[in-house]
Design a protein around this ligand. Structure first.
Ligand SMILES: [Zn+2]
Length: 269
């Protein structure tokens, strides 16, 4: 639906997280999102964030936000900024999340197709761990994000169902034992592949993602009053319909490459 490619690449999230936390950015990472860092300075009263929570719903294309804007109301209202972001090629899940969290393009991190090897290059998680940050990754069994960031000294909470993932994420916020929490939900992606991007079944899952994001942020705002928190809703790639009423992605087209991200800051009281 959108005809222009967005200008801010998802490779910029890794260094944005580090910058917002006041940590040094490794030289090989793409630079931070300037407008996001400026927004942080304003919202967190020139302090750094000591907590970061990134929610990764799979395949939320920017055209979905353009076409169903009102459905995103809850995500908009609990965030401070919405950013049109550009994915990487090929626009498939392991390639995109590898780029998002390593801060480099696929030719540098090495995942260039739908394969899920453990990433050997430096990621934002490695930099966070070196800085003594406690990192939690909450995701579903055998999904990309559960596989490619393994073998690091962080806490992996891998479950068979989205319900278990989301319950654990809420519990982790309540427990407040991690500095950085990453949560993955693949329900919209798996449903749209099967039924099409705008099928009732798919849109219901997208609504579930938006509802959970709001629930998560409400929990953060309630529980983390003593923390400066940076949070976000950050899908990996978009989607488009193909023959047979199925959805797909992976191509160099705006429907697949343009995604919508929401970010927010919750200052300590
Ligand atoms: Zn994906």
């Amino acid at each position: 639906m959108s005809e222009q490619y967005n200008s801010i690449c998802i490779t910029k999230l890794a260094s944005s997280i580090l910058s917002i936390m006041g940590l040094e950015i490794p030289g090989d990472m793409d630079s931070p999102i300037d407008i996001l860092v400026k927004s942080c300075n304003h919202k967190l009263n020139s302090e750094h964030a000591d907590r970061v929570v990134i929610y990764n719903p799979d395949a939320v294309a920017m055209w979905l936000y353009q076409k169903y804007t009102d459905m995103f109301k809850k995500a908009v209202c609990c965030s401070d900024i919405s950013l049109p972001m550009l994915s990487v090629m090929p626009s498939v899940t392991p390639v995109c999340f590898a780029s998002m969290y390593s801060g480099v393009l696929p030719e540098y991190h090495g995942i260039k197709s739908y394969v899920k090897p453990v990433l050997k290059v430096n990621t934002v998680f490695d930099t966070l761990l070196k800085a003594q940050k406690r990192v939690a990754l909450v995701s579903t069994t055998s999904d990309s994000i559960s596989m490619i960031f393994l073998e690091r000294q962080m806490d992996y909470f891998i479950y068979d169902s989205i319900e278990e993932v989301n319950n654990k994420a809420i519990e982790l916020v309540e427990k407040d034992e991690h500095d950085v929490i990453i949560i993955y939900n693949g329900n919209y992606d798996s449903t749209m592949h099967k039924f099409g991007t705008e099928a009732h079944e798919s849109i219901t899952q997208l609504e579930n993602n938006i509802n959970f994001y709001q629930e998560l942020i409400n929990k953060i705002k309630k529980c983390w009053v003593s923390h400066n928190t940076f949070y976000g809703f950050a899908p990996d790639h978009g989607c488009h319909d193909i023959d047979g009423n199925c959805g797909s992605h992976g191509l160099d087209m705006t429907d697949d490459m343009n995604v919508i991200h929401f970010y927010g800051f919750n200052p300590r009281i």
